[in-house]
Design a protein around this ligand. Structure first.
Ligand SMILES: NC(=O)c1ccc[n+]([C@@H]2O[C@H](COP(=O)([O-])OP(=O)(O)OC[C@H]3O[C@@H](n4cnc5c(N)ncnc54)[C@H](O)[C@@H]3O)[C@@H](O)[C@H]2O)c1
Length: 350
């Protein structure tokens, strides 16, 4: 039976890059003798301006029950300056589908892309497991006397034992499955005692169940320095929501910028969402200059999620070979357009 995938291109270059990812994932799945059924969804700024909502009520329940995955482009349009539709779509998906793993593979696909001196593809190859449903992003807090000099604003970080444990366990399970040597947990327990004590204790307990995997801890400020000084120290990093958000973008720079940075918002075994890290790049719309590689690499994570790891590695290798050929979009110094890069990567799949 075909597995159903929802495609939400969104705004700006989202639909262009997603279309390339869609046809490449489809072909890779076909080679793996699996059948995918794609459904284009109209969500984005146009939909929001027409309907007054980012997505119909109940649609996430539909995704959870009837779809294997969502392939997402990007949101962001000057006509919706407060990004209300983007929050409804992306935060809505994270919370309503309980996508508790934000998976960010940080892998340098070509040595020429690395901004660090004397570092190569073997040095930048780690995966960040960012907790995606708790911390400072739960929306708990408020403001008193806003707009006055007596204003008080409060934003609360929320951690639950269940939430912390499941993301740490996912990191160790991945390390074990993927043959990785170590898991690093990073927090700020020296300053944020209450919340991050829970992270420390839970990390020690879960780590003890995986004696073959080295476990270590770094405060997040040290982790940021070490990522730049010595990225080869890291195999798997697990951390809370805000720190994961920041470190993942640092990681995107280490891997050569937005051109190839991919992500998965995942609940294992359930409908999950896959998207490039970049935004809607309004400056590139209609120019053909959008690089589809980050979307295609997000498609590779989608294939992994659906149990097609062979197909995922084939897509990754096709992107690596494409980069090596120098036949790329202008952001990476080439002169191909988005569709031409998609065509060539597709051809590499055989
Ligand atoms: N997850 C998301 O949907 C997401 C993420 C980040 C930003 N945004 C939104 O996107 C809009 C634009 O934001 P921004 O300009 O800060 O970030 P952006 O990622 O859209 O663009 C940053 C820079 O990178 C370039 N760029 C981005 N993607 C590219 C690609 N695939 N190929 C070649 N060049 C690319 C752009 O031209 C721009 O110069 C805003 O509305 C923002 O809120 C959305």
């Amino acid at each position: 039976m075909a597995e159903r995938i929802a495609v939400i291109g969104g705004d700006g270059i989202g639909p262009e890059v997603t279309e390339q990812a869609r046809r490449i994932v489809d072909r890779a799945a076909q080679i793996a003798q699996r059948s995918l059924e794609w459904e284009e969804c109209p969500y984005g700024a146009d939909y929001y301006l027409e309907h007054g909502v980012g997505i119909e009520p109940g649609r996430f329940d539909d995704f959870r029950e009837h779809y294997a995955a969502i392939l997402f482009g990007a949101v962001g349009d000057p006509r919706v300056p407060d990004m209300a539709h983007g929050r409804e779509l992306l935060l809505g998906a994270r919370f309503q589908l309980d996508l508790y793993i934000n998976l960010r593979p940080i892998k340098l696909l070509d040595p020429r892309l690395c901004p660090l001196k004397d570092k190569g593809v073997d040095d930048v190859d780690f995966v960040i497991f960012r907790e995606n449903t708790e911390g400072g992003y739960v929306g708990v807090g408020g403001a008193v006397r806003p707009g006055t000099i007596h204003e008080v604003a409060q934003q609360t970080f929320v951690y639950t034992r269940r939430g912390v444990e499941r993301i740490i366990r996912s990191a160790f399970e991945f390390a074990q499955r993927d043959g990785r040597k170590s898991v690093c947990m990073t927090d700020k327990a020296n300053a944020m005692r209450q919340g991050h004590e829970l992270w420390q204790r839970t990390f020690r307990e879960v780590a003890s169940e995986y004696p073959k995997i080295e476990s270590f801890h770094l405060y997040v400020d040290v982790a940021a320095m070490e990522l730049v000084r010595c990225p080869e120290r890291f195999d798997v990093i697990v951390t809370e929501n805000l720190f994961g958000d920041i470190l993942s973008d640092l990681g995107a720079s280490l891997q050569g910028g937005l051109g190839t940075a991919a992500s998965g918002n995942i609940h294992p075994g359930r409908c999950s969402l896959f998207e490039p890290v970049h935004g809607s790049a309004p400056d590139l719309v209609g120019t053909g200059r959008a690089n589809p590689m980050a979307a295609i690499m997000s498609g590779a994570i989608l294939l992994d999620h659906l149990g097609m790891s062979g197909a995922a590695r084939t897509v990754e290798q096709a992107v690596i070979d494409q980069l090596a050929s120098g036949e790329v979009t202008p952001d990476l110094g080439g002169n191909l357009n988005c569709v031409q890069v998609g065509d060539q990567i597709l051809a590499r799949l055989g």
